[in-house]
Design a protein around this ligand. Sequence first.
Ligand code: RFL
Ligand code: PHB
Length: 394
Amino acid sequence: MPTLSTRVAIIGAGPAGLLLGWSLRQAGIDFVIVENKSREYILGRVRAGVLEQGAVETLQRLGVSEGVDARGLVHHGIYLQSPGLRHHVDFNELIGRTVTVYGQQAVVRDLEAAHDAAGSAVFYEAGDVAVRGIETRSPSLTFTHDGSDYTVEADFIVGADGFHGISRPAIPNNRLTVFDKTYPFAWLGILADVAPSTDELIYALHPDGFAMHSMRSNSVSRLYIQVDPGDDISNWPDSRIWDALHTRLASDGWALNEGPVTEKSITPMRSFVASTLNHGSLFLVGDSGHIVPPTGAKGLNSAISDVTQLSAAIVTHYADDSALLSSYSDTALVRQWKVQQFSQWMTDLLHVRPGTGDEAAFDYRSQLGRLDYVTHSLYAQRSLAEQYTGLPLG
Ligand code: RFL
Ligand code: PHB
């Protein structure tokens, strides 16, 4: 029964866990990462695509930006669209900031390669991962791997195990308040082997529902449409998806290129915040502590900002100052609530509420008014630009 001793035991080898480990490594702090899925499974998950400017700067500062520097697509803004009207909101012109399109899978691949080269202790396909003693100063993590039972003794345990992980449920109910909101719609997303039909992302409001055109590279497009949360992917043959995209994204003089669909899935939309992100020796980062609907492109970016804050707090703790660690949850949550309201605002701006009748008609026209305001007011555009490209750390 192997027993390992380390400073920080990290649960989850998604972007948050791998980046935290990498950041600790740069500071010379020992860590172990334990993940219950295989590498192939993790790299097969198509998820986020947009990095805030600060997230790219974090990867650069930590020396893991070769991929994003070489292949990331720097975007100066986004297009916001209502039927027949497409407006470019130019973040760079408005506030001198940009975002970079670079898939989450690529971020994870780059981090895995860095850890491999450095010989980091990362256990994949671990079974029965469990935390113990989080209310003490000597917590531990137990798991099985390759037929052996492991114990990792640590100073801290970090839950980077996503929304469905085991770390958040380890916090006693009477110490945890959960704020939760579900939306009456979902996103159907496809990946298609076709050059993007746009230079920057298009977010479109249409009476049939939201649609978005994103991308992964100069030859791979990522597209989304709003669907009913109870809908099944089998109801959506490729031809029906393309038809909906053509209708919802239509704009005079513009055409959408079609190509073979290589992946498609439906994702429910939810807003969720766990308050607190710290109990005893356990700290939560990324989706284990909070999730947002994807409209504002904030999930991965929030995971990166949590990791930046927690890593700095752990480093200063070992330099004999624990103030940042004690305030980690409060500081991260202040930023997180701003990110939550932005994600909710983008979602409400662009999605059609189900239903018919006077109220639905009113809501839709009010959304058109809001879009018209956002695309014509310099103040509103600056506010959008500031939030989309990323708020400073708290
Ligand atoms: P992850 O990526 O879920 O990783 C958690 C890891 O923990 C593992 N795990 C466990 N390991 C050990 N023991 C256990 N008991 C475990 N339970 C779970 C899991 O296997 C996994 O490997 O969380 P993390 O690292 O916090 O990263 C968060 C991001 O993945 C997420 O916020 C984003 O993908 C959200 N998101 C987007 N974020 C953006 O910033 N920009 C975007 O453009 C964007 N688009 C999106 C998105 C999410 C989407 N979906 C599918 C939810 C678009 C979509 C469609
Ligand atoms: C993506 O490319 O997957 C993507 C882009 C922007 C979003 C959400 C997802 O708001």
